[in-house]
Every structure is written in C-alpha cells, then in structure tokens.
Design a binder for this molecule. Structure first.
Ligand code: GUE
Length: 281
C-alpha cells in the first residue's frame, strides 16, 4: 500500500488554526511581525520569498520584504540587521540564503539576534537544538517533523538516513531525529557505497539538490521517502531529488515536489513567527 504525503494539504489544514491564533493575538494588541531580507534577484529565492509573503498576508501578519541589490556591502547588510534587532515592532526576521559570494554568510547569520532568529540558524539556537532543548528550529527540518507527525509516522527507534549535511536542512534534521529517538545516519557527498546505507533506511530523507538522485534500487521496500530537493529538470520543470515514478514502486510513503516539504517549510516559519510574538503578550 502506497501513501502520498501531501505537505500542501497538511499545511492548509494547520493554516486555519494559525489564522485564529493571529486573530486572538491581535485582539490582545499584538500583531506578529516578520521581516525577510532578500539580496539580489535569483529566480528560486524570488519564488520562495513570494510564497512566504503570500502565506504571511493570508494569516494577517505584519510582513515586510527588505530588498538589497546584489552589490550591497557586508557592512550595509549587517547595519540593516542590527537596526531590525533594535526595532521593537519587529518580532522575527530571516535573511534568505544563499548570499552573494562577497558576503560572509556566517557573519551575517551571527548578527541576527537569537531572540528574533525565526530560522533557528544562529549558533545559540543551533546549540539549544543539539542539546535536545530546542528553541526556534530551522523551518524545513521542523516542517518535516510535523509532516511525519501528521502522517502518524513516528521516527522513534527507526533507522533514519539523511542524505545531505547542510546547515539549513541536513544537520538540524539530524538533531531533531535524534531528539525524537531515531537511530540516525548522516550520509553526504563523501559517503562510500551510499546505496548500501540508504537501503537500510526506514525513513530516507534526501536533501542533496540533484534531480533523479534517489532511484528505486536505493530504497528498502515500504520505506518512507521524504524529498527535500528543489531542482529544475531538462524541461525546466520543478522536481525533487527523488525519481518519483521509479521510487513510488517500492516506497511505502512519499512526499511529492512540489506540494511536499516546501509548503511545510513555510508553515513552520509562520508558526514560529507567531510563537515568538506570543512572548510579547
Ligand atoms: N534563510 C533561509 N530560510 C529558508 O527557509 C530558506 C532559505 N533561506 N533558502 C532557500 C530554502 C528553500 N526554501 C523553500 C521555501 C519554500 C518552498 C516552496 O514554497 N515550494 C513549493 C513550490 C515552489 C515553486 O513553485 O517553485 C512546493 O514545494 O510546493 C521551497 C523551498 C526556503 N529556504
């Protein structure tokens, strides 16, 4: 029996509860506010940010996009973050990644106040997460946990294999899975004989960024497969890392792209913005 896990449907279902929460907060005089800093005009970032804006507005959040040209200096960017750190009307912010090469991403991420860091990328929030005492968590990883929970797939005592070790997905997801009592294997580009490892996964998560990367021969029968990839194929169509038609023949449950992890990322971002704002009440 094969189950398609629709992140889009789960996010929609939770969106209504969130809207009511925002209404409640507004009645208490608090409108959760989110600022997104976007540098440059890369196609994918434009789409992700547009989706964030749309969801935020549907919920009635105070949302503002702060744009910089790709020639912005590191100093200018940091000054803008520092002013948001000070701004009492701002609950939460994030700097859309990746940044142009002349800007030190680490330095930028470290400038965001840990209290307003809705992405959970600041070293302090990362540390809390790895100590099994999470505060704000990276939204893609958090969204995947919600998606599994809503699908009644409990990672406890399961073998979870994560392919990809980025700071925005693989690493934080590893921590969340460990916190949820999974046995975790983190595989990556230097892993030898990847297939022998992915084949052992009860839950396989791919966050690699290569179309058709995960094929049926890498998947155990009945496994849950979560696709974090956002790639363009030969025909410029949005596809994940997982060869969907091939893998759906062996997997027990799977997320599609689009409509899988992406909408859950945005939902988690909204949830966490609201959580931060609640502290003001
Ligand atoms: N500081 C920071 N925080 C992030 O959360 C962050 C980031 N940088 N950089 C890039 C990744 C990627 N990401 C996505 C958000 C929405 C969709 C999304 O809405 N996807 C839709 C479709 C999108 C489309 O139509 O292209 C879907 O999967 O159904 C995908 C990916 C957030 N990220």
């Amino acid at each position: 029996m094969f189950k398609l896990i629709s992140g889009k449907a789960i996010a929609q279902k939770r969106q209504e509860d969130l809207r009511l929460e925002v209404e409640n907060l507004k009645n208490k005089g608090v409108t959760p506010s989110l600022r997104v800093i976007l540098v440059g005009h890369s196609g994918p970032s434009e789409i992700y940010v547009r989706n964030k804006k749309r969801r935020a507005e549907e919920l009635g959040l105070d949302f503002e996009l702060i744009r910089f040209d790709e020639t912005v200096t590191e100093q200018e960017l940091i000054a803008s973050i520092e002013s948001l750190n000070q701004d009492q009307t701002v609950d939460a912010m994030l700097v859309q990644l990746p940044l142009p090469k002349h800007i030190d991403e680490e330095k930028v991420v470290q400038t965001v106040s840990p209290y307003k860091d809705v992405d959970g990328f600041s070293p302090i929030n990362f540390g809390y997460l790895w100590q099994n005492n999470p505060n704000v968590i990276p939204s893609t990883a958090g969204g995947i946990m919600t998606l599994l929970e809503e699908s009644e797939i409990n990672p406890a005592s399961k073998h979870v294999v994560i392919v990809g070790r980025s700071n925005i997905v693989g690493r934080p997801l590893g921590a969340l899975m460990l916190n949820a009592d999974a046995t975790v294997t983190m595989a990556h580009s230097k892993t030898k004989d990847l297939k022998s490892i992915t084949k052992q996964a009860d839950i396989l998560i791919s966050a690699v960024g290569k179309a058709h990367f995960i094929t049926a021969d890498m998947v155990k029968k009945g496994a849950t497969v979560i696709d974090v990839g956002m790639n363009r194929d030969e025909n410029d169509k949005l596809v994940g890392d997982v060869d969907f038609d091939d893998v759906s023949e062996v997997a027990g449950a799977m997320t599609p792209v689009p409509g899988g992890v992406g909408p859950m990322t945005i939902l988690t971002l909204m949830e966490q913005t609201i959580e931060i704002a609640k502290k003001r009440v």
